[in-house]
Design a binder for this molecule. Sequence first.
Ligand code: ZN
Length: 317
Amino acid sequence: MTLRRAAPLFLLLLASACTVATPNSDIVTNSEAVAAEQAAAPKPVPTAEPEVVEAAPAPPPIQRLDLGIAIKEAELTQGGWVRGKLPQGTQEAMLGDEVVDFDEDGNFFAAFDRDAPESLLLTAYHRIGRSISLPLAISPREWDIERVNVPLRPSGTSEEWWERREPEWLAIKEARDKETGAQGWRQQFVWPVTGRISGRFGRQRIYQGEPGSYHSGLDIAPGNGVPFVSPADGVVVLARTGFSLEGGIVIVDHGAGLNSAFIHLSRLSVAEGDVVKQGQQLGNVGSSGRATGPHLHWSLVWKDSRLDPLLFLPPMP
Ligand SMILES: [Zn+2]
């Protein structure tokens, strides 16, 4: 089994073609400024004797305005992500209808759901009312789909079951919505643990034509009790044991709307509120909750989009 992984895309795209200067704009491009300087320069007057020419004053520095959306690195595919820089003066940014967070220098992170459409518009709204849009082409994936001739079994619909499940579900939802200001979204991720890949992101069963829910994470099976680490810096927003489906669960917020959940743990090494560094131990792999065997299920989410952890990782060492 080989790890199918889209080639990383390191590029710098400038969306300057999408910018529109207003008629009274004070924005001057480099070539315009040079042309204006040349036009303003006095024409040489022919003289009989050579003159001592005074050194010309240095031209004023040309102000370079950053007008485009720059894509610095990306995996432009379903379940993938993008890091880049928004133009100076951006007040708000959107990817499709999702708000994009960015720092004071305009650096941003955004990502694409498992079922993202083939094109998404990244738009930066400038504080003086203009906007710049960059269409992103999101390549579709071929998900592992298995068609089975058995009916879709409704799971956990009894009132009794939901009574136990609802507070767990709410705790997970609230944790994933927390904004901690963590900075891990800027980092290249590392493997939380290495081992056999026992389940890939996006895999789905279709029951007599009715789609079941797809596998929302990456399963790694290094063996029971093996310690695992945080793939990036973050803040622990949930650390619990005994959840009905997840068993032991740790959720780490990486900031900018990106967070990781690790479930089926046999032991937790962190508590809620802990600030963790990339590579710091979070707990141990187990089979708690609804698991068929010991493995680490890692689900990575940006806002409401479910992402493929493999697209954040280098090849397994
Ligand atoms: Zn899993």
